[in-house]
Design a protein around this ligand. Sequence first.
Ligand SMILES: Nc1ncnc2c1ncn2[C@@H]1O[C@H](COP(=O)(O)OP(=O)(O)OP(=O)(O)O)[C@@H](O)[C@H]1O
Ligand SMILES: [Mg+2]
Length: 300
Amino acid sequence: MSTPTTVGDRSAGKPIHETNPVLTIDHVSIDYLAQRTVHAVKDVSLTLGRGEILGLAGESGCGKSTLAYAINRLLKPPAVVSSGTISFHSREGYSIDLGALQGEELRQFRWDRISMVFQGAMNSLNPVISIQAQLEDVFSTHRPELSKKERREKCGELLERVGVDRSRLKSFPHELSGGMRQRVMIAMAMALDPQVMIMDEPTTALDVVVQREILREITRLRAELGFAVIFITHDLPLLLEISDRIAVMKEGEIVELGQALDVYTKPQHEYTKRLLASFPSLTGDRGDFARGTHGKGTDA
Ligand SMILES: Nc1ncnc2c1ncn2[C@@H]1O[C@H](COP(=O)(O)OP(=O)(O)OP(=O)(O)O)[C@@H](O)[C@H]1O
Ligand SMILES: [Mg+2]
């Protein structure tokens, strides 16, 4: 492992997304070829640094989930990636063009290297299967070499990692609170130690206290495990707390991209200014935010 690098700290030299990228989105456009063609993502370019938390903000319908699905190669017709490339850069130093992955290669890549917590994920657990069986399924599919005992042990560890007691493994989804179910989904996304996690509105349906706890957990785990996160939400104050950088999307385009603090203190685009102004809480003391408590990224 190499020396940890402070994410986004300019005094430490170049930012991590320039020196050690894990994902590059290069001039990507995505259309929905429906009755009326929707240009959902327009010429988006972004680089995600290893261990970085990148916040993606923007109003409903601006294309956030479409971009997230494209990164995971989960888009279905009528969606088409009409131009651009998305590349993943491994720790070992080689790059993979995600658009070129097929079949088994794609299946192995997904979840293993890049995982996703879906919008509304807590309702996507299978109601008639125990938490244990659903978590174990990830391991039996992707880590068939593990013994049953090892799988069980890993499931317990995973749950505890996201702050849920392992006795809950026996529970069925309806026996858990919304916050716990969401933690289970986050645990599942972390199961295979991916290098990138895409979180699409992972905490929106939860109350503020639970939301905070989960966010704290994500930033702590990021510091511990070194994965990078693309965190999607329309909740800009929340992004300011947890992100190293923030991208603001509007009508399919990235209109602003910068260090979280810069986006907050010196927004460049008119739309960002309007977005900031629409959150009255942001006019309060910035000390309200827990930015100082989040962990550091790693370039390991
Ligand atoms: N299957 C589809 N067919 C046609 N248009 C679609 C389809 N899915 C999404 N769109 C359109 O693509 C655009 C982007 O949608 P997307 O779901 O990516 O937005 P979003 O930023 O994630 O919004 P939200 O914050 O509400 O989740 C919207 O105009 C949407 O109506
Ligand atoms: Mg969405």
